[in-house]
Design a protein around this ligand. Sequence first.
Ligand code: NCD
Length: 280
Amino acid sequence: ADALRQTGARSNALAGRIMCSLFYEPSTRTRLSFESAMLRSGGGVIGTENAREFSSAAKGESLEDTIRVIGHYADAIVLRHYESNAAIRAAGVSRVPIISAGCGKGQHPTQALLDVYTIRQRRTDLTGLRVAMMGDLKHGRTVRSLAYLLGKYPKIELYFASPEELRLEQDIRAHFQEHGIYFREYESVEDIIDSVDVLYITRLQQGRMPDEDYARLSGSYSLNRGMAQRMKEGSIIMHPLPRVGELSTDVDTLPGAVYLNEQVESGVLVRMALLSSLLR
Ligand code: NCD
């Protein structure tokens, strides 16, 4: 990704190669940044942004059959799906690489890669970094993937802030315990905001909970400029986007806010790097 940045995010490494984006759930950044990454690498793109309605899934075709067929049209398939195990299922039958673009509430691995890459732009050494993640930790897949990836860095400290009902799932907590990764949980980010190096905020996942829960939990957490200004000098504020009210727009102009610039730019660079490492 660093090398690609030097070229202005343009290369011809994937000329003649084709990427298919197969999206069964809504997306703006992930799909368009993958497509931009492929086009910037000299390759071509085919796909559907609403595979649930516009692909043969609407006629009852299985994911497996769809994947088997697309493998004859494209050299890699970027898959977003509403089921957590979809990428694994697809990889099991695919003749070409499958890249998960986020599956159910399970994992969103390329988001984690770009998030870590973003942090590394500002902090060359992640050893001992203190990272807080706040929001809907139960239903959000970005936090799960990012926490898993950050846990591989030495002496990392992870802090999770959410209403009790939106706590991180047990499987990830068990993973931390098993691997001796330091983590603490809080109900409010206010308890830790002044001591962390990175604050990663996420939206309430409306589509993954009953309407009554959404109505009750809506507004139960947020970050505004006054709170963000309590953070240490040089700290970083991140969000995978989209935001829907939990991150006030007056935070955008703080020097640590990277979600509308560096984090977005990282998405293209990291996905270019990933595509070229898989397809070259
Ligand atoms: C995230 C996702 O789809 O999981 N969006 C993204 O890829 N940047 C986060 C979200 O939808 O809240």
